[in-house]
Design a protein around this ligand. Structure first.
Ligand SMILES: O=C(O)CCC(=O)C(=O)O
Ligand SMILES: [Fe+2]
Length: 229
């Protein structure tokens, strides 16, 4: 809804985009973010088994979006329709959320890995992306650990957003690849995308090894002090 012509064609949603109630209320819980503005995306899925692969909506170094809020508009949704949103708060297990009418789901734009399962029915939602004013300097480089570091230091290291992204991608690599296959028709472009994906996984595996996190048990990371927002 960044486009003026679209705003004129959909005045109710344009009014929702201008309304700051949700942004103000969320700021009470997340004051450190200093949320500043919002943009709405209108989404329609035709229901021909379309889906979204595993992804983050953005990255702290890419743009100012920090909170994603999705309002589902699907009266009469049934389990056979599919199209559930799946959140992956790795290292915790995934959470599957049916896109029920009037349901609002809020998560971190940059830190919550998610996907949408294949949908067999038409599906609608409004996604609001809330942004901060000044994205600030890029995140500090990863602090490497000494050999023989304690479990606590490893947990802290694994909690750093960039490291957690790398660990999540490597640990979820098979489901991730499967989600890419399900979301794209068989084509040369898909084959090359998958090849790029596996090359990236290999590089991340090397990085994880250098950080001394390659042998770490996922169960040990369940208590890592993750800052979700
Ligand atoms: O359709 C949904 O439930 C989520 C879509 C999504 O992940 C996105 O637009 O980035
Ligand atoms: Fe998304």
């Amino acid at each position: 809804m960044a486009d003026k012509a679209v705003q004129e064609a959909a005045p109710t949603i344009a009014a929702l985009q201008r309304d700051r109630t949700m942004l103000t209320m969320l700021s009470l819980f997340l004051p450190h973010l200093r949320l500043h503005s919002q943009l709405i995306k209108l989404q329609y899925n035709a229901g021909s088994s379309g889906c979204f692969p595993l992804h983050y909506d953005s990255d702290e170094s890419v743009d100012a979006r920090r909170v994603t809020a999705i309002l589902y508009l699907n009266p009469g949704w049934e389990p056979a329709h599919g199209g559930e949103l799946q959140l992956f708060p790795w290292p915790r297990p995934p959470v599957t959320i049916p896109p029920l009418d009037n349901r609002l789901v809020i998560f971190s734009t940059c830190r919550m890995l998610h996907r949408v399962l294949p949908s067999l029915a038409e599906r609608f939602c409004l996604t609001t992306w809330m942004s901060i004013m000044n994205p600030g300097p890029p995140p500090t480089p990863i602090q490497h650990l000494e050999a023989g570091s304690s479990d606590r230091s490893l947990e802290n290291l694994a909690a750093q957003p960039e490291v957690r992204r790398a660990l999540a991608k490597v640990h979820l690599k098979d489901s991730w690849a499967q989600s890419l296959i399900e979301s794209h028709a068989d084509s040369e472009a898909r084959t090359s995308m998958l090849a790029t994906f596996w090359r990236e996984v290999e590089l991340l595996q090397q990085k994880i090894k250098i950080l001394g996190l390659d042998g770490i048990e996922v169960s040990k990371l369940k208590h890592a002090p993750v800052q979700w927002f």
